[in-house]
Design a protein around this ligand. Structure first.
Ligand SMILES: [Zn+2]
Ligand SMILES: [Zn+2]
Length: 162
């Protein structure tokens, strides 16, 4: 499908379309929307985990994880399970393996944790994503310490004139 025949193909990684969210060069694994097209709607993991939305692309669209390596890492994990695991970790929170496994249904708590640790935590891109998410989380919990102002309400007795 080479449309520009006179365009010189180089090994420059910038040949790949950039992330639609932050315009960074995509590094595997990245996310391809399965519903937007025909030109591929690609997102880096950071933008994906933030639920980036653009024009007709919504964060609840079906997606594919574009990577050349992780399906071969564990033959017992299908691409669907990999996606379900990522989704479950995003929904339930990192470390909440009990709920992650419950949402996954096909894998138990130990399998989810071991698989995630092995395939995603050792991935520098994923680690930085998780770190960012944790920092956001910490910032958010720090913010909740808003001084609570109490309004004293005075009950005045209403005397009904008889
Ligand atoms: Zn991005
Ligand atoms: Zn989309």
């Amino acid at each position: 499908m080479r449309m520009d025949a006179d365009l010189c193909l180089s090994d420059d990684p910038s040949d790949k379309p950039p992330c639609r969210g932050c315009s960074s060069n995509l590094v595997e694994p990245y996310i391809k929307c399965a519903e937007c097209g025909p030109s591929p709607f690609l997102l880096c993991l950071q933008c994906f985990t933030r639920g980036f939305e653009f024009k007709k692309h919504e964060s609840n669209h079906k997606y594919e994880i574009m990577t050349s390596d992780f399906p071969v890492l564990e033959p017992s994990w299908t691409a669907q399970e990999e996606m379900a695991l990522l989704e479950a970790v995003m929904d339930c929170g990192f470390g909440n393996w009990q709920d992650v496994a419950y949402q996954m249904r096909t894998k138990n708590k130990e399998e989810c944790e071991a698989h995630y640790m092995k395939n995603f935590i050792n991935n520098p891109l994923f680690s930085s994503t998780l770190l960012n998410l944790r920092q956001i989380e910490e910032a958010r919990t720090a913010d909740t310490a808003i001084p609570f102002k109490r309004h004293q309400s005075h009950f005045s007795e209403i005397k009904l004139s008889t």
